[in-house]
Write a protein of this length. Structure first.
Length: 504
């Protein structure tokens, strides 16, 4: 609706009331999925970087995608719950199935199901995107309704008002194209919106021009809420189970190098400010809508798909690899013994940590040089992310960001997963006061923002790559092993600091 000219869709009151006529249940994670046309459970390919219990599933076959609704609804006696997809929100390639549940007695949860409309077509949902829309309906009410047909002429007053409205509407429509006419200036008629009949009298006493539903009130004990919030405390991207590196528990582990399969289901990867210029020649760069805005390199135009990592876990040769990728599976954590000390942690679920790998984490009970380097590198990365938030804080306040759809191809701009991304407005950047430009030029921020603007040329390349992968013309030969920018020590290139400069 925001995309319509002058937000014209918001003038349609029935559309607005329908959109607000219930509560949305949103996706906890981003994902992409594709159906191959088969009837089996394994014929739907679901890709996401999130834990499996948060993802949708293929439970029924025949191209049905199932979302779990993690809650038990209860309505007043005699009231059901109507569940469907979000109204007036079509999604290409898949549509929602609707259901009515007797939630006044049932001790059972329900699932929300969508069915693919055609095979071999990727669909995507972003984190926070609605997948279910619910509202209560009174049980038995429809059974009591007795629908009838009547001639309009049997209600003379209604017929007279209808015919007057029809004549006026036709005249209004004809005059809309007349330059400087009263109709063109008025743009639309507002009687229904205002709840008035053709005599300018209220049609009913309780006409609704706006529907604002109350939010759910949290009746859980505070302890239960705080425990849940603690459980949901987010880890950095890619990490699932962070533990302290232990010389006893992890004594035999080694690191498998050149393996980036963990990043294959991630389409947006966060950047630190000092690597934007290094990433910009390879990827589109965009900012989140957060405050402060955070920069990301866009490695896929669909959630859950990184177009630069193949099935073998190889990164596209020659392309820059962000520090958030390079530090995994290592991370700095606060020592339990000394809150002022950072120690090295690992993701215990990481497949790169393997007893058979030759590059060991420990030797004779002591951390190897590999781990010492990782500790130094991860500490620098953590600091760089903090500095990035501080440096980009003024962007929103100074109005320098605009929607990414202003620079992306139409096919990408229409996707929900891209709708919240922002980019630098080059005109506003150029119009900055000279004093600000001089300061930002001196501290390097101006060059970073100009690199982000220049990265817009990579959107078309990303779309072309998506098409090539979909058609099968981008294959293993595109991932022939070769040097990537800024790899780990001992790989094809040397490990770099977050600034992008190589270590001595």
């Amino acid at each position: 609706m925001d995309e319509t000219r002058d937000a014209f869709a918001y003038r349609c009151l029935p559309l607005n009331i329908a959109n607000a006529h219930g509560w949305e249940i949103v996706c906890p994670v981003a994902f992409s999925a594709k159906w191959n046309g088969g009837a089996g459970l394994g014929d739907v390919d679901i890709r996401s970087a999130a834990e499996s219990f948060l993802q949708p599933a293929s439970m029924f076959g025949h191209g049905v995608l199932t979302f779990h609704v993690n809650g038990l609804f209860r309505t007043d006696p005699g009231w059901n719950l109507f569940a469907s997809g979000p109204p007036n929100s079509p999604k290409d390639g898949i549509y929602p199935l609707s259901g009515v549940i007797e939630t006044d007695w049932a001790p059972y949860t329900f699932t929300m199901n969508w069915r693919f409309t055609r095979p071999d077509h990727w669909i995507s949902f972003d984190e926070g995107e609605p997948f279910c829309f619910v509202f209560p309906v009174q049980r038995g009410l429809l059974d009591k309704i007795e629908p009838e047909f009547h001639l309009l002429s049997s209600a003379p007053d209604l017929q007279a008002q209808y015919e007057a409205w029809s004549r006026e509407r036709n005249k209004f429509s004809d005059r809309l194209t007349v330059v400087d006419s009263a109709e063109q200036k008025e743009r639309w008629q507002k009687r229904y919106y205002r709840g008035l009949d053709m005599r300018e009298k209220p049609g009913v006493g309780d006409h609704e021009a706006k529907l604002r539903l109350p939010e759910f009130v949290d009746k859980r004990p505070p302890s239960a809420v705080s425990a849940e919030q603690q459980h949901r405390k987010p880890l950095p991207i890619f990490f699932r189970k962070v533990v302290e590196l232990s010389r006893i528990k992890h004594a035999k582990l080694g690191l498998v190098r050149n393996q980036y399969g963990f990043a294959a289901t991630t389409s947006l990867i966060p950047l630190v400010v000092s690597e934007l210029a290094h990433a910009a020649p390879y990827y589109p760069i965009a900012f989140s809508a957060n405050d402060p805005p955070r920069p990301f390199c866009v490695v896929g135009a669909l959630p859950g798909i990184n177009q630069h990592v193949n099935a073998d876990g190889n990164w596209r040769p020659g392309y820059y690899i962000p520090v958030a990728v390079r530090r995994y599976p290592f991370i700095t954590i606060v020592s339990r013994d000394n809150p002022n000390t950072l120690i090295l942690g690992i993701d215990e679920t990481a497949t790169q940590l393997d007893p058979s790998a030759p590059d060991k984490l420990f030797s004779n009970g002591e951390m190897t040089a590999l781990c010492r380097d990782e500790l130094e590198f991860c500490a620098a990365v953590a600091t760089a992310f903090e500095q990035t938030d501080l440096l980009f804080e003024p962007l929103t306040r100074m109005g320098l960001l605009m929607p990414s759809r202003n620079v992306t191809p139409g096919r990408i701009a229409a996707r929900f997963c891209m709708s919240s991304l922002r980019v630098i407005d080059p005109e506003r950047l150029a119009a900055l006061p000279e004093a600000t430009r001089a300061t930002w030029k001196a501290n390097g921020l101006l060059a970073v923002l100009e690199a982000q603007v220049a990265s817009a040329r990579n959107w078309e390349q990303l779309l072309a790559l998506e098409d090539a992968i979909s058609l099968g013309t981008a294959g293993p030969s595109d991932f022939t092993p070769g040097a990537n920018a800024h790899q780990r020590p001992g790989e094809s290139g040397s490990r770099s600091q977050p600034s992008g400069s190589s270590k001595d």
